[in-house]
Design a protein around this ligand. Structure first.
Ligand SMILES: [Zn+2]
Length: 278
Protein backbone atom coordinates (compact mmCIF):
# COMPACT_ATOMS: atom_id res chain seq x y z
CA UNK A 1 0.00 0.00 0.00
CA UNK A 2 1.15 3.50 -0.73
CA UNK A 3 -0.26 6.40 1.23
CA UNK A 4 -0.16 10.04 0.23
CA UNK A 5 -1.02 13.26 2.00
CA UNK A 6 -0.16 14.61 5.40
CA UNK A 7 -0.27 13.07 8.84
CA UNK A 8 -2.84 13.88 11.50
CA UNK A 9 -1.82 16.06 14.44
CA UNK A 10 -4.29 14.20 16.66
CA UNK A 11 -1.74 11.70 17.85
CA UNK A 12 -0.51 11.18 21.39
CA UNK A 13 2.63 9.15 21.72
CA UNK A 14 3.82 7.74 25.03
CA UNK A 15 5.99 4.98 23.59
CA UNK A 16 9.13 6.70 24.73
CA UNK A 17 8.10 7.03 28.36
CA UNK A 18 8.72 4.60 31.18
CA UNK A 19 5.33 5.39 32.65
CA UNK A 20 3.68 2.28 31.29
CA UNK A 21 5.27 0.12 33.96
CA UNK A 22 3.36 1.78 36.76
CA UNK A 23 0.11 0.77 35.13
CA UNK A 24 1.04 -2.87 35.14
CA UNK A 25 0.94 -2.76 38.93
CA UNK A 26 -2.79 -2.11 38.56
CA UNK A 27 -3.54 -5.71 39.51
CA UNK A 28 -7.20 -6.57 39.55
CA UNK A 29 -8.27 -3.47 37.65
CA UNK A 30 -5.95 -4.38 34.85
CA UNK A 31 -7.22 -7.94 34.61
CA UNK A 32 -10.82 -6.76 34.57
CA UNK A 33 -10.14 -4.39 31.72
CA UNK A 34 -8.22 -6.99 29.78
CA UNK A 35 -11.03 -9.51 30.13
CA UNK A 36 -13.61 -6.86 29.44
CA UNK A 37 -12.04 -5.72 26.22
CA UNK A 38 -11.33 -9.22 25.10
CA UNK A 39 -14.87 -10.41 25.59
CA UNK A 40 -16.51 -7.19 24.52
CA UNK A 41 -18.05 -6.50 27.90
CA UNK A 42 -18.14 -3.08 29.41
CA UNK A 43 -16.66 -3.41 32.86
CA UNK A 44 -15.63 0.21 33.11
CA UNK A 45 -17.57 0.80 36.28
CA UNK A 46 -15.64 -1.92 38.06
CA UNK A 47 -12.24 -0.53 37.41
CA UNK A 48 -12.10 2.24 39.98
CA UNK A 49 -9.59 5.03 39.83
CA UNK A 50 -6.57 4.80 37.72
CA UNK A 51 -3.24 5.04 39.46
CA UNK A 52 -1.71 8.47 39.08
CA UNK A 53 1.20 8.23 36.82
CA UNK A 54 3.19 11.42 36.54
CA UNK A 55 6.07 9.66 34.82
CA UNK A 56 4.15 9.24 31.60
CA UNK A 57 5.48 11.57 28.99
CA UNK A 58 3.11 12.17 26.13
CA UNK A 59 4.26 13.74 22.89
CA UNK A 60 1.50 15.33 20.87
CA UNK A 61 1.46 15.85 17.11
CA UNK A 62 2.81 13.88 14.19
CA UNK A 63 5.37 11.31 15.39
CA UNK A 64 8.86 11.36 13.90
CA UNK A 65 9.48 7.63 13.37
CA UNK A 66 8.30 5.91 10.21
CA UNK A 67 5.77 3.59 11.90
CA UNK A 68 4.26 6.53 13.78
CA UNK A 69 4.16 8.72 10.67
CA UNK A 70 2.40 5.94 8.77
CA UNK A 71 -0.25 5.64 11.50
CA UNK A 72 -0.84 9.40 11.58
CA UNK A 73 -1.30 9.44 7.80
CA UNK A 74 -3.83 6.64 7.93
CA UNK A 75 -5.64 8.44 10.74
CA UNK A 76 -5.75 11.61 8.64
CA UNK A 77 -7.16 9.66 5.74
CA UNK A 78 -9.92 8.18 7.92
CA UNK A 79 -10.72 11.74 9.11
CA UNK A 80 -11.12 12.89 5.50
CA UNK A 81 -13.30 9.98 4.49
CA UNK A 82 -15.56 10.20 7.54
CA UNK A 83 -15.86 13.99 7.41
CA UNK A 84 -17.20 13.61 3.90
CA UNK A 85 -19.45 10.73 4.88
CA UNK A 86 -20.90 12.64 7.86
CA UNK A 87 -21.41 15.72 5.70
CA UNK A 88 -23.56 13.69 3.34
CA UNK A 89 -25.69 12.73 6.37
CA UNK A 90 -25.83 16.41 7.43
CA UNK A 91 -23.81 15.58 10.52
CA UNK A 92 -20.49 16.84 11.76
CA UNK A 93 -17.62 14.42 12.25
CA UNK A 94 -15.64 14.89 15.44
CA UNK A 95 -12.16 13.50 14.97
CA UNK A 96 -10.81 10.86 17.33
CA UNK A 97 -7.32 10.90 18.84
CA UNK A 98 -4.84 8.10 18.30
CA UNK A 99 -2.79 7.12 21.33
CA UNK A 100 0.33 5.10 20.68
CA UNK A 101 1.71 3.39 23.76
CA UNK A 102 3.92 0.62 24.97
CA UNK A 103 3.25 -1.95 27.72
CA UNK A 104 0.46 -0.17 29.53
CA UNK A 105 -1.77 2.86 29.33
CA UNK A 106 -4.42 4.68 31.35
CA UNK A 107 -7.65 5.53 29.62
CA UNK A 108 -11.05 6.92 30.52
CA UNK A 109 -12.15 3.27 30.33
CA UNK A 110 -9.58 2.17 32.90
CA UNK A 111 -6.04 0.87 32.72
CA UNK A 112 -5.02 -1.51 29.99
CA UNK A 113 -1.96 -3.50 29.11
CA UNK A 114 -0.66 -4.09 25.62
CA UNK A 115 -1.96 -7.69 25.76
CA UNK A 116 -5.42 -6.38 25.11
CA UNK A 117 -4.69 -5.52 21.49
CA UNK A 118 -5.89 -2.33 19.80
CA UNK A 119 -9.10 -0.84 21.21
CA UNK A 120 -11.31 2.23 21.25
CA UNK A 121 -12.46 3.98 24.41
CA UNK A 122 -15.73 5.90 23.95
CA UNK A 123 -15.13 7.79 27.22
CA UNK A 124 -12.20 9.77 25.83
CA UNK A 125 -12.78 9.12 22.12
CA UNK A 126 -9.32 7.71 21.64
CA UNK A 127 -8.03 4.76 19.66
CA UNK A 128 -5.29 2.93 21.57
CA UNK A 129 -2.65 0.95 19.74
CA UNK A 130 0.53 -0.63 20.97
CA UNK A 131 2.48 -0.97 17.75
CA UNK A 132 4.02 -4.24 18.95
CA UNK A 133 0.57 -5.72 18.24
CA UNK A 134 1.54 -5.50 14.59
CA UNK A 135 4.62 -7.65 15.16
CA UNK A 136 2.36 -10.15 16.85
CA UNK A 137 -0.07 -9.97 13.95
CA UNK A 138 2.82 -10.82 11.66
CA UNK A 139 4.51 -13.44 13.82
CA UNK A 140 1.57 -15.26 15.33
CA UNK A 141 -1.04 -14.91 12.65
CA UNK A 142 1.00 -14.36 9.51
CA UNK A 143 -0.84 -11.12 8.76
CA UNK A 144 2.05 -8.85 7.95
CA UNK A 145 2.02 -5.72 5.87
CA UNK A 146 1.02 -2.11 5.98
CA UNK A 147 -2.50 -2.55 4.68
CA UNK A 148 -3.28 -5.07 7.42
CA UNK A 149 -2.14 -2.43 9.91
CA UNK A 150 -4.28 0.20 8.24
CA UNK A 151 -7.26 -2.13 8.46
CA UNK A 152 -6.78 -2.54 12.21
CA UNK A 153 -6.70 1.24 12.75
CA UNK A 154 -9.67 1.77 10.42
CA UNK A 155 -11.64 -0.89 12.36
CA UNK A 156 -11.05 0.97 15.64
CA UNK A 157 -12.03 4.26 13.97
CA UNK A 158 -15.16 2.37 12.91
CA UNK A 159 -16.02 1.97 16.60
CA UNK A 160 -15.58 5.74 16.99
CA UNK A 161 -18.05 6.28 14.14
CA UNK A 162 -20.51 3.93 15.86
CA UNK A 163 -20.07 5.96 19.03
CA UNK A 164 -20.80 9.25 17.24
CA UNK A 165 -23.81 7.78 15.45
CA UNK A 166 -25.23 6.42 18.73
CA UNK A 167 -25.07 2.82 17.50
CA UNK A 168 -22.92 1.58 20.38
CA UNK A 169 -25.30 3.30 22.84
CA UNK A 170 -28.13 1.06 21.73
CA UNK A 171 -26.06 -1.96 22.63
CA UNK A 172 -25.28 -0.49 26.04
CA UNK A 173 -28.97 0.06 26.68
CA UNK A 174 -29.75 -3.54 25.77
CA UNK A 175 -27.36 -4.79 28.44
CA UNK A 176 -29.19 -6.42 31.31
CA UNK A 177 -32.44 -6.44 29.35
CA UNK A 178 -31.49 -9.21 26.97
CA UNK A 179 -29.97 -12.63 27.50
CA UNK A 180 -26.24 -13.17 27.47
CA UNK A 181 -26.56 -14.99 24.15
CA UNK A 182 -28.55 -12.17 22.59
CA UNK A 183 -26.10 -9.61 23.92
CA UNK A 184 -23.20 -11.50 22.39
CA UNK A 185 -25.08 -11.68 19.11
CA UNK A 186 -25.45 -7.88 19.13
CA UNK A 187 -21.76 -7.48 20.02
CA UNK A 188 -20.86 -9.52 16.97
CA UNK A 189 -23.03 -7.26 14.78
CA UNK A 190 -21.22 -4.22 16.18
CA UNK A 191 -17.83 -5.75 15.39
CA UNK A 192 -18.87 -6.75 11.90
CA UNK A 193 -20.09 -3.24 11.25
CA UNK A 194 -16.71 -1.86 12.35
CA UNK A 195 -15.16 -4.21 9.78
CA UNK A 196 -17.58 -2.92 7.16
CA UNK A 197 -16.60 0.66 8.06
CA UNK A 198 -12.92 -0.24 7.67
CA UNK A 199 -13.70 -1.53 4.19
CA UNK A 200 -15.70 1.60 3.43
CA UNK A 201 -12.72 3.74 4.42
CA UNK A 202 -10.40 1.80 2.10
CA UNK A 203 -12.88 2.12 -0.77
CA UNK A 204 -13.13 5.89 -0.43
CA UNK A 205 -9.45 6.53 0.36
CA UNK A 206 -8.59 4.69 -2.82
CA UNK A 207 -11.20 6.58 -4.80
CA UNK A 208 -9.82 10.00 -3.83
CA UNK A 209 -6.26 8.78 -4.33
CA UNK A 210 -5.00 8.93 -0.72
CA UNK A 211 -4.06 5.28 -0.77
CA UNK A 212 -2.96 3.10 -3.61
CA UNK A 213 -3.29 -0.59 -3.05
CA UNK A 214 -0.78 -3.07 -4.35
CA UNK A 215 -1.42 -6.58 -5.54
CA UNK A 216 -2.10 -8.71 -2.49
CA UNK A 217 -3.06 -5.83 -0.15
CA UNK A 218 -6.68 -6.82 0.04
CA UNK A 219 -5.67 -10.36 0.87
CA UNK A 220 -3.48 -8.95 3.64
CA UNK A 221 -6.39 -7.19 5.28
CA UNK A 222 -8.55 -10.26 4.90
CA UNK A 223 -5.85 -12.37 6.51
CA UNK A 224 -5.79 -9.91 9.40
CA UNK A 225 -9.59 -10.04 9.70
CA UNK A 226 -9.33 -13.79 9.52
CA UNK A 227 -6.58 -13.92 12.13
CA UNK A 228 -8.48 -11.94 14.73
CA UNK A 229 -11.85 -13.64 14.24
CA UNK A 230 -13.28 -15.02 17.47
CA UNK A 231 -13.31 -18.61 16.33
CA UNK A 232 -9.58 -18.53 15.64
CA UNK A 233 -8.79 -16.82 18.93
CA UNK A 234 -10.98 -19.20 20.88
CA UNK A 235 -9.55 -22.23 19.19
CA UNK A 236 -6.07 -21.14 20.08
CA UNK A 237 -7.08 -20.52 23.66
CA UNK A 238 -9.33 -23.46 24.44
CA UNK A 239 -9.06 -25.84 21.53
CA UNK A 240 -12.77 -25.60 20.85
CA UNK A 241 -15.27 -23.13 19.48
CA UNK A 242 -18.37 -21.96 21.34
CA UNK A 243 -20.49 -19.76 19.08
CA UNK A 244 -22.61 -18.26 21.86
CA UNK A 245 -19.69 -16.49 23.44
CA UNK A 246 -18.43 -15.02 20.16
CA UNK A 247 -18.14 -11.28 20.32
CA UNK A 248 -16.21 -10.50 17.16
CA UNK A 249 -17.74 -12.84 14.65
CA UNK A 250 -16.26 -15.74 12.77
CA UNK A 251 -13.40 -15.18 10.37
CA UNK A 252 -15.77 -15.78 7.48
CA UNK A 253 -18.22 -13.14 8.73
CA UNK A 254 -15.46 -10.59 9.27
CA UNK A 255 -14.07 -11.09 5.80
CA UNK A 256 -17.54 -10.89 4.29
CA UNK A 257 -18.34 -7.52 5.86
CA UNK A 258 -14.94 -5.95 5.29
CA UNK A 259 -15.19 -6.92 1.66
CA UNK A 260 -18.71 -5.59 1.36
CA UNK A 261 -17.62 -2.20 2.69
CA UNK A 262 -14.63 -2.20 0.39
CA UNK A 263 -16.62 -3.11 -2.68
CA UNK A 264 -19.67 -0.89 -2.17
CA UNK A 265 -18.27 2.07 -0.22
CA UNK A 266 -21.91 2.69 0.64
CA UNK A 267 -22.74 3.25 4.31
CA UNK A 268 -26.36 2.24 3.74
CA UNK A 269 -25.19 -1.29 2.96
CA UNK A 270 -23.58 -1.62 6.39
CA UNK A 271 -26.56 -2.29 8.62
CA UNK A 272 -25.24 -5.54 10.03
CA UNK A 273 -27.94 -5.47 12.73
CA UNK A 274 -30.86 -5.84 10.34
CA UNK A 275 -29.18 -7.95 7.74
CA UNK A 276 -29.98 -11.58 7.11
CA UNK A 277 -26.63 -12.02 5.39
CA UNK A 278 -23.94 -13.93 7.26
ZN1 LIG B 1 -13.69 -4.13 17.36
Amino acid sequence: MQIFGKGSENVEDSRGSKGGKAVLGGGVGLIIVVLGLFFGKDLTGLVGQMPTNEDTEVNRGIPTDSAGIQMSKILNSTDEVWEEEFQSMSKEYEKPTLRLFREGVQTACGSASADVGPFYCPGDRKVYIDLSFYDELANRFGAAGDFAQAYVLAHEVGHHVQNLLGISDKLQQARGKVSETEHNRLSVKLELQADFYAGLWAHNAQKVGTIKLDEGDLQEALTAANAIGDDKLQKQATGEVTPDSFTHGTSQQRMYWFKKGFETGDIKQGDTFNSSEL
